[in-house]
Design a binder for this molecule. Structure first.
Ligand code: ARG
Length: 300
């Protein structure tokens, strides 16, 4: 009977009824989740330190165990490879302790590379290291951006949109720049809580072929929350506790979702949707304000 509903009828319903409809449809799905092979760019934490503070997670007084950071990072890299994904490594550079957060260095969609331009001088030099890597690896469309954008820290790719965070790091002017470069509609989202200073600390794309996301509403302005409800009525909503464990700083391949293991509340809801959550311990990198996604740039 539901199949007979026209699109118009669905649109005429309230957002909550629509969410219910999506949930039912998902419950009825018979095909299991499928992962698709991905290519990731990661940078080992060879020179990782917390020597300055540019987000509330960073406390330069707190020591970092570099050996442990390296072991945690290698475990993430090896896990991707064991799942069948390709991981390329970017050579770390001394004096750039945040370079391990490779997601911030660029945004790649359809082989087109929008370089980063960092907000804080401590990270400025990372942008060129990324652009040089892409040029050396045969990428032709590599743009040095005009406006500040911190790569996939603030840009998230869904099937239909390029979601774009602003408020702490990326400039609102980087949004039209990205839209023009990628030819994808950009949805600007206002981040309001300094703990969630990048979009990828507050929202994760679970299925990039079907516009499915999870997010923490408290990280966004009221207007942006309304936009997210409108675009993603059946999104997985994270609790404050799971968001505070950086649980949304996750990477999905369409089936496996690698996320901080401390975000325990997300595991069951993910399983209920057919995903396979894989908890990772990146505790040493959390001291820099990052976790799974921050360490992982996707080369689409
Ligand atoms: N210390 C880094 C910064 O504040 C952490 C970056 C985390 N990366 C991310 N994609 N959220 O810039």
């Amino acid at each position: 009977m539901r199949e007979a509903l026209t699109a118009w009828t669905i649109w005429a319903r309230t957002i909550h009824v629509r969410a219910q409809h999506h949930r039912e449809e998902r419950d009825l799905r018979t095909s299991p989740r499928a992962s698709t092979p991905r290519r990731y760019l990661m940078c080992p934490p060879t020179y990782y330190r917390v020597t300055y503070s540019i987000n509330p997670w960073m406390d330069p007084g707190k020591p970092v165990d570099l050996q442990l950071a390296l072991a945690q990072w290698e475990e993430l890299r090896d896990r991707y490879r064991a799942l069948g994904h390709t991981v390329d490594e970017l050579a770390p550079r001394p004096g750039l302790p945040d370079m391990v957060f490779a997601a911030n260095g660029a945004t790649v969609v359809d082989g087109r590379v929008l370089g980063a331009r960092f907000a804080h001088p401590e990270r400025w030099a990372e942008a060129a290291a990324h652009r040089e890597w892409f040029r050396a690896h045969g990428y032709e469309a590599v743009r040095e951006p005009e406006h500040i954008n911190e790569g996939e820290g603030d840009f998230a790719v869904t099937a239909t949109w390029l979601l774009a965070g602003r408020g702490f790091r990326s400039s609102p002017l980087s949004h039209p720049e990205a839209q023009e470069f990628f030819g994808r509609p950009v949805i600007g989202l206002d981040l309001v809580d300094p703990r969630y200073y990048h979009l990828d600390t507050a929202l994760c794309v679970l299925d990039d072929a079907a516009d499915e996301v999870m997010y923490y509403p408290g990280a966004f302005s009221a207007g942006s929350r309304a936009v997210l409800e409108r675009l993603f009525p059946d999104a997985l909503i994270a609790t404050e506790e799971d968001a505070a464990a950086l649980g949304l700083n996750a990477v999905s391949d369409g089936k496996h979702v690698l996320l901080p293991q401390a975000a325990v509340g997300l595991f069951e809801p993910l399983r209920a949707r057919g995903y396979e959550p894989i908890g990772m311990d990146l505790g040493e990198l959390l001291k820099g304000g990052g976790s799974v996604k921050c360490c992982t740039q996707e080369l689409r």
